[in-house]
Design a protein around this ligand. Structure first.
Ligand code: C2E
Ligand code: CA
Ligand code: CA
Length: 584
């Protein structure tokens, strides 16, 4: 396959420019020889005609070759071989014949620069044979001298080939043998630079569940899947399409000549023929004047929509995306994003300490959208502020209402996105909502993911300081999923540590993990942090967590996220008939 691969530099533009320059040099050589050597009569006329032909070829190639198909370039190069051979035969003396024969090195350089190894070598052999025959017919050059020239030409060809390979290695992905991101960007720039009116579409392909393959079956299995995608898709794509490994488990695709809907139909067809590859794909059509980065950003948005709509799908940007986003915006405005609550339990006493508020969205006509997906969508489309406010207002309103009717208070955890925290108005908005619903700051826990704080965003840390000064409690969420730094537990503005469910899942089977958790709990409690274990699913886990010194737990063992009325009923408070269904 590598023997037949065309080097990356072989764009029509580069080929046209290089061949035109070589024709000009050939024409100049002819003129100088005619001028300097002792030529006359028919020989002089013939040499001048050859030079003029070379100049004319240079003009034609320079002016029109950018739009030529590849075979037309072969015509241009083969014509050069013939012109050079004829000029060698007509050369007036040995020196002139050698100079003209040396022009064959141009043919060899062009062959290796712009064509595969096989085609480049065919040009090398053709050029050597033509030059040797022509020198023989011309008759002034001794065979060893001719051979010396051929050796120089062969060396030039070899050096060109190795430089081309080296240059293209920098834009290839060694695992899949596709272009890498750099190669893809180059190809895209070339396509955009042609400036023709033909449509162009870009797509991003993302493997669903790739992380799970890597985690459960090992990296070799992951590598195999990546290679399978590369092979299957390469064999299915039309000529001119560019497929690249964009990084990790993401591939990028350029489809010149295809409008968005045609590109969508094509990728849907390929996905349907390879269901084993489980991909989500986002497609976008290039809009005139748009940069490469803008096009791929829109393809990425479509990819997001494809994932949010349930993965394993192909979506066109500008297709369902605005619909999905406007559906979410409408749901946030109308209060159709509901809040479920999941109990947080005190392990030792088995009594409930509080609840975590979790957003739920049932997209009309589609069904429930996973929170991770619509939260990410809200973050991308500037809806997260409104969504977060709605969840906080709804959750504090419902719990304040419960307190007013039953006299019972549950501590409330609410998730906060990093984008909200970085908004300078956020602490004030939280204060206003709590004032509006009458819910105490001391019973409000804002859950912030560890990875956000890893980023050491100063705005976020400042906002947390302000919120804590208002009496609000801050929890570090999903601890153990990022680059957990134990020493930073001391410096983070937090009161509670929520250890991620992926960590808890292994404590009963891995004594080392259990020991690690014991140390984390010891360290955290020593620093005055409460520890909540997330994802507690079995009584065995709960018992072990208790012995490890962990105080609180949350998970299906104690109850799934549910509407407040159900959670309250589960707590045995249901005798209070006034507890009502949640108001959005
Ligand atoms: P999170 O904050 O880590 O929320 C806990 C997640 O664990 C919830 O997923 C919950 O349903 C799930 N879970 C509960 N018990 C168990 C268990 O025993 N085992 C396992 N394996 N999982 C359990 P959910 O509701 O799908 O929420 C996913 C994430 O979406 C949340 O993760 C949070 O980061 C985000 N999210 C949810 N609601 C909001 C919100 O209102 N605002 C923001 N910014 N993010 C939210
Ligand atoms: Ca949380
Ligand atoms: Ca969590």
């Amino acid at each position: 396959m590598k023997l037949l691969r065309t080097p990356e530099v072989a764009t029509p533009r580069a080929m046209a420019g290089t061949i035109a320059v070589f024709y000009v040099v050939g024409g100049l050589a002819g003129l100088l020889i005619t001028w300097g050597a002792d030529t006359r009569g028919a020989q002089e006329v013939a040499l001048l005609t050859l030079s003029a032909t070379a100049f004319a070829c240079a003009v034609v190639v320079h002016r029109w070759a950018r739009g030529w198909p590849r075979w037309a370039f072969h015509v241009a190069i083969s014509s050069a071989v013939v012109l050079i051979a004829v000029a060698v035969v007509l050369a007036p003396d040995a020196a002139s014949a050698l100079v003209v024969a040396a022009l064959m090195s141009f043919v060899v350089v062009v062959g290796y620069l712009f064509f595969s190894l096989v085609v480049g070598t065919a040009y090398l052999v053709g050029a050597l044979v033509a030059a040797t025959l022509a020198l023989h017919v011309q008759g002034d050059v001794a065979l060893p001298t001719a051979l010396a020239l051929q050796a120089v030409v062969v060396a030039l060809g070899t050096v060109t080939r190795s430089l081309v390979l080296r240059a293209s290695g920098a834009s290839r992905d060694p695992l899949t043998d596709l272009k890498n991101r750099r190669g893809f960007d180059q190809a895209m720039q070339e396509l955009l630079a042609t400036g023709d009116d033909a449509p162009l579409s870009g797509a991003l392909l993302d493997l669903d569940g790739f992380k799970a393959v890597n985690d459960t079956q090992g990296h070799a299995a992951g590598d195999l899947v990546l290679r399978q995608v590369a092979e299957a898709w390469t064999s299915e794509l039309p000529a001119g399409a560019v497929l690249a490994r964009h990084g990790g488990d993401e591939f990028a695709l350029l489809l010149p000549g295809l409008a968005g809907t045609e590109a969508l139909a094509l990728v849907r067809g390929v996905c349907a023929r390879h269901p084993e590859l489980r991909l989500s794909v986002g497609v976008a059509q290039h809009v005139p004047g748009e940069s490469a980065a803008q096009l791929m950003r829109r393809a990425d948005q479509a990819l997001y929509a494809a994932k949010a709509a349930g993965r394993g799908r192909c979506e066109l940007e500008g297709g369902d995306v605005p619909q999905l986003v406007s559906d979410l915006a409408a749901a946030v405005r109308a209060g159709d994003v509901h809040v479920y609550f999941q109990p947080i339990q005190q392990l030792a006493t088995d009594s409930v300490l509080g609840v975590e508020a979790l957003a739920r969205w049932n997209r009309p006509g589609v069904g429930p959208v996973p929170p991770e997906e619509f939260i990410a969508l809200a973050e991308r489309h500037h809806l997260i502020g409104a969504l977060g406010e709605h969840v906080l207002r709804s959750a504090t309103g419902q719990l304040a209402d419960l307190y007013a009717r039953t006299g019972r208070r549950l501590r409330l955890g609410v998730n906060v996105s990093g984008l909200e925290l970085c908004d300078p108005g956020y602490p004030e908005r939280v204060r206003a909502i709590l004032a509006e619903t009458g819910w105490p700051a001391a019973e409000t826990v804002l859950e912030v993911t560890e990875s956000l704080l890893d980023a050491e965003s100063t705005e976020a840390v400042c906002a947390l300081d302000t919120l804590r000064a208002q009496g609000i409690v801050v929890a570090i969420d999903d601890f153990g999923t990022g680059y957990s730094s134990l020493s930073r537990l001391d410096t983070l503005p937090a009161d509670v540590l929520k250890v991620d469910s992926s960590f808890i899942a292994t404590i009963t089977t891995s004594p080392r993990r259990a020991q690690l958790l014991r140390s984390i709990v010891g360290l955290a409690t020593g620093l005055g942090l409460d520890v909540v274990a997330e994802g507690v699913e079995s009584a065995e886990q709960a018992a072990l967590l208790d012995t490890l010194g962990c105080t609180y737990g949350q998970g299906w063992l104690y109850g799934p996220p549910a509407p407040l009325a159900e959670v309250v009923a589960g707590l045995g408070w249901s005798d209070d008939a006034q507890v009502s269904a949640p108001q959005p």
